[in-house]
Design a protein around this ligand. Structure first.
Ligand SMILES: CC(C)(COP(=O)(O)OP(=O)(O)OC[C@H]1O[C@@H](n2cnc3c(N)ncnc32)[C@H](O)[C@@H]1OP(=O)(O)O)[C@@H](O)C(=O)NCCC(=O)NCCS
Length: 403
C-alpha cells in the first residue's frame, strides 16, 4: 500500500515563472473563488522582493504563501513598513502535514531579515494564526440597519454636501480622500493605483449578485455600495471612509435616505459612532463582530517605540514567542506619549505571549480583560489599568482594506 507524501519529500523555494502559472489553480481551489487575471496580477505586483515561497511535489505546486510590502499607519500617525502576509494556500491533497508551517518559517525568516517591524494578515479561520504569534488587532463590526425605522436624533448634524456618483468617474477624488483617511487612521494601508483600478473595474464577477457599484461622495469622505435583491432591497456597503465627522454624518444620511431599501448592511470598525446618530440605536443591530486584521510584532522595541500612547507607565514586560524568536524581556518606559523600550535582565512585572501584544498594539483589545483570561499576567495587578490606559488609541483603529 502506498502512503501520502511526507514533508521531507517536498521542495520549498521561491517560485519560478512556471510555478506562478500553476498558482492560480491552487489559489482558486484553496479559496473556492477564481480571481480575475487582472486582480491576480495586481496582487502579484504587491509582493515584496523575494516575498513569495512555493512548496512543490515533483513539478506540482502544492503550497504557496507571500507577503506584500505595505505602508501601515500606527496610533499617533507614524507610517511603518508592514509585511502583509497573503495568497496562502495548501492543496487539499497535501494538507495537515506541515506545509503551511514550513512556508511560514521561511517567510518570517525573510520578513525579519528585511527588517519589517510588523507583519499582518486577514484570516480565513480564527484558530490558525495565534500559534504563529499573530493576534487579532482590529475588529470588524457589521451593522444591519432596518432603514425604515431609522430616525436621526435631533442632535445629529445635517451638514449636507454629499452627492451620488458613478465611482469609476471619480477615481482620483476617491483615492485622494482615502489617502487622507489612511494617514490619520491606525490600520490604514497605502493603496496603490493598481488596487484602485481593480476595485473600480467593478467586474460582474465581483458583484456577488448585487448591482453595479454606486457611490456617495462628500469632499471629506465617500461610501461605495451595491443594492441586492429584487422585491426586498438591501444595500450592501462595500467601503465607507470619512475623514471628518461632517462627512460621516452626511454620508450616513445619504445611505439611510434610500427610501425603497429595507436594510443597509455596513461592515465597519468597533467604535463607529453611527448608532448614536439615531433616536433608537437598537435599529442599528450588530450582526457580526469578528477579527479583521491580525498583527505579529516582528521587532518589539521598534514597534513599541513607533506608536504614541495615552498614559504614562513604567514596567518590565516579558514577551514569549514560541514561533520565531521575536520575544524577550524589555524595560518599557512610557512618558508623555512616547515609549522607550530596551532589552533588560530585570525581573518581569508583566508577561504575555507575542500574539497578545499584537492584539494590544492598535488599542482595540485591552489589557484588563486579557488579564482576566490569564493572557496577560502581572506580579502586581496595579500595573494593569495603567498599561491599559497607555495602549489606548485616540483615533479608533480601522483596517484600510482586506488583503
Ligand atoms: C489553512 C491551510 C493553509 C493550512 O495548511 P496546512 O499545510 O494543512 O497546515 P499545517 O499542516 O502546516 O499546519 C500548521 C499548524 O496549523 C494548524 N492548522 C492548520 N489548519 C488549521 C485550521 N483550519 N484550524 C486550526 N488549526 C489549523 C495545524 O494543526 C498545525 O498546528 P501545529 O503546527 O501547531 O501542530 C490550508 O488548510 C488551506 O490552504 N486552507 C484553505 C485556504 C486558506 O484558508 N488559506 C489561509 C488564508 S488566511
Amino acid at each position: 500500500m502506498s502512503t501520502s507524501t511526507t514533508l521531507d519529500q517536498l521542495v520549498l523555494r521561491s517560485p519560478t515563472d512556471a510555478d506562478w502559472a500553476q498558482t492560480t489553480l491552487l489559489h482558486g481551489v484553496s479559496f473556492g473563488h477564481f480571481e480575475h487575471a487582472d486582480t491576480y496580477a495586481v496582487a502579484r505586483d504587491l509582493i515584496a522582493d523575494d516575498g513569495a515561497v512555493v512548496v512543490c511535489d515533483d513539478d506540482a505546486v502544492v503550497g504557496m504563501a507571500a507577503y506584500f510590502d505595505f505602508a501601515f499607519t500606527v496610533p499617533g500617525g507614524a507610517v511603518v513598513p508592514m509585511a502583509g502576509v497573503s495568497m496562502v494556500g495548501v492543496a487539499p491533497t497535501h494538507r495537515r502535514r506541515g506545509v503551511l508551517r514550513a512556508m511560514y518559517v521561511e517567510l518570517h525568516r525573510r520578513i525579519a531579515e528585511a527588517g519589517y517591524p510588523l507583519a499582518g494578515l486577514t484570516a480565513s479561520e480564527g484558530g490558525i494564526y495565534g500559534r504563529f504569534g499573530y493576534g487579532p488587532a482590529t475588529m470588524e463590526r457589521v451593522l444591519t440597519i432596518d432603514r425604515r425605522f431609522a430616525k436621526f436624533h435631533s442632535d445629529a448634524p445635517d451638514p449636507g454636501g454629499a452627492r451620488i456618483i458613478r465611482p469609476a468617474e471619480h477615481g482620483d477624488a476617491l483615492a485622494a480622500i482615502y489617502e487622507r483617511w489612511r494617514r490619520q487612521t491606525p490600520g490604514g494601508i497605502r493603496r496603490v493605483q493598481g488596487l484602485w483600478d481593480d476595485l473600480l473595474a467593478d467586474r460582474e464577477d465581483d458583484r456577488d449578485g448585487g448591482t453595479e457599484l454606486v457611490g456617495i461622495l462628500h469632499e471629506d469622505g465617500y461610501v461605495l455600495y451595491r443594492v441586492c435583491g429584487t422585491e426586498t432591497l438591501k444595500v450592501r456597503v462595500e467601503e465607507f471612509k470619512a475623514v471628518t465627522t461632517d462627512a460621516h454624518v452626511a454620508l450616513t444620511r445619504g445611505l439611510l435616505g434610500l427610501d425603497l431599501v429595507e436594510t443597509v448592511e455596513l461592515g465597519t470598525y468597533a467604535r463607529d459612532p453611527l448608532p448614536y446618530l439615531l433616536t433608537d440605536s437598537r435599529v442599528a443591530r450588530t450582526t457580526k463582530y469578528e477579527d479583521d486584521l491580525w498583527l505579529r510584532i516582528m521587532d518589539v522595541p521598534a514597534a513599541l517605540e513607533t506608536r504614541i500612547y495615552q498614559a504614562d507607565v513604567s514596567t518590565v514586560i516579558e514577551v514569549s514567542d514560541q514561533f520565531a524568536g521575536s520575544g524577550g524581556r524589555f524595560a518599557l518606559d512610557i512618558r508623555n506619549g512616547r515609549a522607550r523600550c530596551r532589552p533588560t535582565d530585570a525581573p518581569p512585572q508583566v508577561s504575555m505571549d507575542l500574539d497578545v501584544l499584537g492584539s494590544l498594539y492598535l488599542g482595540v483589545h485591552q489589557v484588563v480583560p486579557l488579564a482576566l483570561a490569564n493572557r496577560v499576567r502581572a506580579t502586581d495587578s496595579m500595573v494593569l489599568p495603567r498599561l491599559q490606559a497607555a495602549f489606548l488609541s485616540d483615533v479608533p483603529a480601522h483596517l484600510g482594506f482586506p488583503f
